[in-house]
Design a protein around this ligand. Structure first.
Ligand SMILES: Nc1ncnc2c1ncn2[C@@H]1O[C@H](COP(=O)(O)OP(=O)(O)OP(=O)(O)O)[C@@H](O)[C@H]1O
Ligand code: SF4
Ligand SMILES: [Mg+2]
Length: 340
């Protein structure tokens, strides 16, 4: 794939949220502590590629997505959009970039205005960003988009309001709103977790088809590896603000190297006779807070493979023998042998 296919690339991105140590104390001392929500992550996404960001609640997935869309400002690090560092852009250029980036939210009920019918909900991004001015052209684009997401293109359907739609239909409208602008990049934050299991696959399939058709760069945020397996070309596994493992989806699922990824996989049985048998690995203990981070490897208080050295060394994400597979664990080689 050519390098100009690169849609987004992030380098050492961080977001620390300041929090006050209790209200009273904050008035007098203004002493701040920080939640290390995203703590130095790197990845890139090419045109037509879906990267899955996977991990438990609170590991920083949503924060990462919001940073990429420039909906919040990073504490440090860089975001390159089509090779340009977005921190260097003027306000006008940022506006132009916003037309090329979209988000699909978790809860379609909250993200769709109850005042907008189907037509207006999908037409709104086109009108707001002045992508199309002619109402006839807008109507045509809305019809095409409804067709693409598998919804009716009838007058009657145009006039329905969110409460008159099923959950699956509402989320298809959410998908339509994101794709109607034909953006280069989309973040989908847990887009099917509020839907009934029976209708999830339909919505996922549509997103997958549209990503391929429009060659969109797609960041798919989920806590569910089975969904990531269906949707994603590559996955990045996050733990406490860091990426601990990254690689091609099948490689990660069949040959996980980080103890945390192994535990995630053994927690959610993924039906596949070919998958390499890994030990059933429990994750012990609670997720530590992002405020007082464990020294050394952040996963060590919960890792069944932890040794003394893990309390001292903070492992970097390194390339393994397989070129596209990265892992942040100083013992991954020993652990790999232990599984065989
Ligand atoms: N606006 C904020 N102010 C302070 N802390 C925040 C803020 N937003 C998120 N956090 C904290 O940052 C960390 C990462 O949160 P984030 O929402 O990115 O996680 P997540 O992986 O999306 O979780 P979930 O799976 O529950 O959606 C958490 O500890 C969270 O409490
Ligand atoms: S570095 Fe040590 S504690 Fe961290 S994941 Fe690897 S074995 Fe476990
Ligand atoms: Mg989230």
């Amino acid at each position: 794939m050519m390098s100009n296919d690169l849609i987004i690339e992030i380098k050492d991105l961080r977001k620390y949220y300041p929090i006050y140590k209790g209200f009273i104390k904050s008035i007098f001392s203004k002493e701040k502590t920080y939640v290390h929500a995203v703590d130095g992550i790197n990845f890139n996404i090419k045109a037509g590629e879906t990267l899955g960001l996977v991990g438990e609640s609170g590991c920083g997935k949503t924060t990462a997505g919001l940073l990429l869309l420039k909906l919040i400002e990073p504490t440090s690090g860089s975001i390159f959009f089509q090779g340009v560092d977005i921190a260097t852009l003027s306000e006008h250029e940022i506006k132009e970039i916003r037309k090329k980036m979209q988000i699909i939210f978790q809860n379609p009920y909250e993200s769709l205005s109850p005042r907008f019918n189907v037509l207006d909900a999908i037409a709104e991004p086109l009108r707001l960003l002045k992508v199309l001015k002619d109402e006839k052209a807008i109507l045509e684009r809305v019809k095409d988009t409804l067709k693409a997401v598998g919804l009716p293109q009838t007058e009657d359907f145009f006039e329905r309001f969110p409460h008159e739609l099923s959950g699956g239909q509402r989320q298809r409208i959410g998908v339509a709103r994101a794709f109607v602008l034909n953006p280069l990049f989309i973040v989908a934050d847990e887009p099917v977790s509020m839907l009934d299991v029976s209708i999830r696959v339909g919505v996922l399939r549509i997103m997958k088809e549209l990503v391929q058709q429009f060659r969109t760069g797609f960041l798919f945020i989920t806590h569910d590896l089975a969904l990531a397996r269906y949707m994603c070309d590559r996955v990045a596994v996050m733990y406490l603000g860091r990426i601990v493992e990254e690689g091609k989806t099948e490689e990660i699922i069949q040959n996980p190297l980080h103890p945390y990824t192994k535990a995630l996989i053994s927690a959610v049985p993924i039906p596949d006779p070919d998958a390499r048998r890994t030990k059933d690995i429990p994750i012990t203990g609670e997720v530590p807070s992002g405020i007082f981070l464990p020294l050394g490897c952040r996963f060590h208080p919960r890792c069944i493979y932890a040794k003394e050295e893990c309390r001292e060394t903070d492992p970097e994400l390194v390339r393994t023998n397989d070129n596209d597979h990265f892992v942040a664990c100083i013992r991954y080689n020993e652990i790999m042998n232990d599984n065989n």
